[in-house]
Design a protein around this ligand. Structure first.
Ligand SMILES: Cc1cc2nc3c(=O)[nH]c(=O)nc-3n(C[C@H](O)[C@H](O)[C@H](O)COP(=O)(O)OP(=O)(O)OC[C@H]3O[C@@H](n4cnc5c(N)ncnc54)[C@H](O)[C@@H]3O)c2cc1C
Length: 471
């Protein structure tokens, strides 16, 4: 009987999984394998929140495989060596995987592909995480896109409602000697700080589809307006599920398109604004693939000489802990710490505060997000930070500086989001929750800090620094 290994990475699902599907159709049995090798992810091995998610996602995948009378085979070590060992132990003659787009993963996979083929093991890789592979889209001049709108215009024409692949009907898990227990990977925190994440999330393929259903029933029709309101559950919250490959853009599109067909024209929600956001995810991967140095280097070389403020650990810690004295910034940073996620508008605001009002380098923010986000994703995080800092592709101009007070007054006028995350201010009037420094007694009673910078002065200082950098 012919056996193949399916090497699971960021594709922790059974449905719409191109590698798994093909392996099952071409072989009598498969070994579903996960190799824990964080050292192979270069400077970007998973942060603490991602490790938490990964543990639960692997557990869910194992549960799904058990329904097919198998289990997930877990190993630890150097991926190539593990693959060679499992080839030998199982008698497999082929390895299947879905592609990744992070620079370290690309280099490793190319090396592994060549090494396996040299030893007579067939290798098949697939695109399964994106609508289009990053090299499939190019400008008329044959160059990578650097601007989102033409990228999206092109990509949108290529998206169809094709049926996603089902869970393979011929999924037979081949026996192989016992692997590691998931608990032995040590992915969960030793001090239990994950209560908020447990309450907020259900990692795994089923959890992803439940989240999509909730969004489709409840929010997709109002997405264009509700996506900016942090107090509402107005976005899909699929980002960690997408990052770990528990659901694909194709499945999301297919399910939303099916929903449209059930509604009369009058009640049909407009899903285009939502698809466009998924387009940003594709754009981020396109950029990371074509410009692999951007996780650490400014996309725009004109920022090379930008006068960032000197590193200041105390300031950075206040931002990280949600103790800046600016309510919307603090609410966002506490939401992040508690749930591993932060609303997109608030991400932009806390990032603008760090890089413009405090003028600390965007690297500090990107690193903190990397460790604390359950959806930490090298492509999306790099794009997000460079966009806000003004040095990215198609970025917000540096001189556009968010005012976190007027943003809160506009998008959280009744201070619902602020009260949720700043309980020490909750009993005050809406106006004071937005500007607590206007009442010295409130600050004294609540222990909420004075703003660590003057928003107006720091804004002027940032603009002056920008003029210097422009020369
Ligand atoms: C400073 C900063 C850092 C960020 N870091 C990350 C990150 O590490 N991982 C991450 O997935 N997103 C990141 N984002 C993008 C965005 O904030 C999140 O994708 C979004 O908030 C996730 O919530 P959602 O799933 O409800 O999004 P929805 O509004 O429901 O959007 C659906 C999906 O589209 C994609 N998407 C939406 N907006 C963006 C965007 N601006 N860029 C790229 N993809 C997008 C995501 O995959 C998201 O799940 C960052 C944004 C900023 C400003």
């Amino acid at each position: 009987m012919s056996i193949a290994i399916v090497w699971f990475r960021h594709d922790l699902r059974l449905a719409d999984n191109a590698a798994l599907h093909r392996a099952c159709s071409e072989h009598a049995g498969v070994v579903p394998l996960y190799v824990h090798a964080p050292q192979e992810e270069g400077d970007w091995s998973p942060g603490a929140a991602s490790r938490w998610w990964l543990h639960h996602a692997l557990q869910a995948l194992d549960g799904a495989l058990q329904q097919h009378h198998g289990s997930l085979h877990i190993r630890e070590g150097e991926s190539l060596q593990v693959l060679l060992d499992v080839v030998k132990e199982s008698g497999a003659d082929a390895v299947y995987w879905n592609r990744l787009y992070e620079p370290a993963a690309i280099a490793r996979d190319m090396h592994i592909k060549a090494a396996l083929r040299e030893r007579g093991v067939a290798v098949h890789s697939f695109g399964s995480a994106l609508w289009q592979e990053p090299w499939q889209l190019a400008t008329q001049e044959g160059q990578p896109y650097r601007v989102f709108t033409p990228f999206w215009r092109k990509l949108r024409t290529l998206i169809d409602e094709a049926e996603p692949l089902p869970v393979p009907s011929s999924l037979h898990v081949a026996p192989v000697k016992r692997g590691l227990k998931l608990a032995n990977l040590g992915l969960l925190p030793t001090i239990p700080w994950d209560k908020g994440m447990q309450e907020a999330w259900t990692p795994g393929e089923q959890g992803a589809h439940a989240m999509l259903e909730l969004f489709a029933d409840d929010a997709v029709g109002d997405y264009a307006a509700a996506r900016d309101v942090p107090a509402r559950h107005g976005t899909s919250r699929l980002s960690p599920h997408l990052h770990f490959g528990e659901i694909t853009p194709r499945q999301i599109h297919h399910e939303l398109a099916a929903l449209l067909r059930t509604r009369s024209a009058k009640h049909r929600p407009d899903i285009e604004p939502y698809l466009r956001e998924l387009g940003w995810r594709e754009f981020a991967h396109h950029l990371l693939y074509h410009f692999p140095k951007t996780p650490t280097e400014n996309f725009n070389p004109r920022f090379a000489g930008f006068p960032w403020a000197c590193d200041d650990d105390a300031q950075l810690r206040r931002w990280q802990q949600g103790r800046t004295g600016i309510p919307l910034v603090d609410a966002g940073m506490r939401e992040l710490w508690h749930t591993g996620w932060m609303h997109n508008r608030v991400r932009m605001i806390v990032a603008s505060f760090l890089t413009k009002n405090l003028r600390l380098h965007w690297h500090h923010g990107a690193r903190w997000f990397w460790d604390t986000l359950v959806d930490a994703d090298l492509a999306n995080n790099t794009l997000g930070w460079q966009w806000v800092a003004g040095c990215g592709a198609d970025a917000a101009p540096y001189f556009r500086i968010f005012n976190p007070v007027s943003q809160a007054q506009k998008f959280d006028p009744k201070a619902i989001y602020l009260r949720r995350w700043l309980p020490e201010l909750a009993a005050s009037s809406d106006a004071l929750v937005h500007e607590p420094w206007k009442d010295a007694t409130l600050l004294k009673r609540s222990g909420y800090p004075l703003p660590m910078v003057d928003l107006g002065e720091s804004r002027h200082a940032a603009l002056a620094a920008y003029q210097v950098a422009r020369g």
